[in-house]
Design a protein around this ligand. Structure first.
Ligand SMILES: Nc1ncnc2c1ncn2[C@@H]1O[C@H](COP(=O)(O)OP(=O)(O)OP(=O)(O)O)[C@@H](O)[C@H]1O
Length: 272
């Protein structure tokens, strides 16, 4: 959905670096958070986070429980409002936009818990996001494509509650992808799934990334799954970015091992 027209490039909210302004070049950064802070009462869940995603990138977000991963994704979608800081998407400041306005800009999210409507059929669920912008034959075709892409051909009329957990996750990824996002955020998409279901979700994510150019941020605990899908990994710890790199670099980093074991006092002299 990103479309940098001449009009948009005159938008006073467009953020460009001094170098870009000097040369007229734009980078390929799709998302950038700037000193993003979220506090709950006296507790800081994200602490001045500068997180970025390039166009078409597939990035995994890992970190111990409570590191602030889900909070960061909710700030990006607008489900949570930041305490301080800014979020730039496709060069525009989207910090004050409502979640639905961010969806219209191209940010889509699938939450940790499947949120398909169990008492609606597979077809009715698949139709929900599509009916906002397509009707008639185009709507029918796109709904069927979403169902087929989820591997659910033949289940169109059954209640979604009768699907397996893995099928519900597939349906929900289809629903998020049918909004034609440029950035899709997935919070633990394979939690509780079987080995076969995990492989199918991995396939689905890499296909959407490679064939449709959708950039992903995927929260995941299983490093084998991360290694299978991700170009790049960000490690979040105590609400801030602790490391970024390839999964190979991250897995062999002793400081990362320590934070997972909860013995990280040596790495930053702090514990939370
Ligand atoms: N609405 C809230 N009110 C108060 N505290 C919250 C709220 N949401 C999150 N937190 C706290 O913020 C911290 C970060 O939570 P978050 O869910 O972002 O972590 P996470 O890295 O996604 O963890 P996990 O891997 O366990 O899902 C946690 O200590 C959590 O208890």
């Amino acid at each position: 959905m990103s479309d940098s027209t001449t009009q948009e490039s005159l938008d006073p909210n467009v953020r460009q670096t001094a170098a870009e302004l000097a040369t007229g070049d734009r980078t390929d950064t799709l998302l950038q958070t700037d000193d993003l802070v979220k506090t709950f009462g006296g507790f800081t869940a994200t602490d001045e986070v500068d997180f970025s995603v390039e166009e078409g990138e597939l990035r995994c977000l890992i970190g111990p429980n409570g590191a602030g991963k889900s909070t960061l994704l909710k700030l990006i979608t607008g489900t949570l409002a930041p305490t301080e800081g800014s979020i730039y998407y496709d060069g525009h400041d989207v910090t004050d936009l409502e979640p639905n306005e961010r969806v219209a800009r191209g940010i889509s999210m699938k939450f940790q818990v499947p949120s398909v409507y169990g008492d609606l059929s597979v077809r009715e669920n698949a139709r929900l996001p599509i009916q906002q912008f397509a009707d008639g034959e185009e709507r029918r075709r796109r709904v069927q494509e979403a169902i087929d892409a989820a591997g659910l051909t033949g289940t169109e009329d059954v209640d979604a509650s009768t699907l397996s957990h893995g099928q519900q996750q597939q349906l929900e990824i289809s629903m998020a992808a049918s909004l034609e996002p440029d950035l899709l955020l997935l919070d633990e998409p394979v939690a509780g799934l079987s080995v076969d279901e995990r492989a199918e979700i991995a396939d689905r994510i890499t296909t959407l990334n490679e064939e449709e150019g959708i950039a992903f941020v995927v929260i995941e605990h299983d490093t084998d799954f991360v290694a299978e899908i991700a170009d790049n990994v960000t490690v979040l710890h105590k609400g801030d970015i602790f490391r970024e790199g390839s999964i190979g670099d991250i897995e062999s980093d002793p400081a990362v091992k320590r934070i997972y074991l909860g013995t990280d006092e040596d790495s930053d002299g702090d514990s939370r």
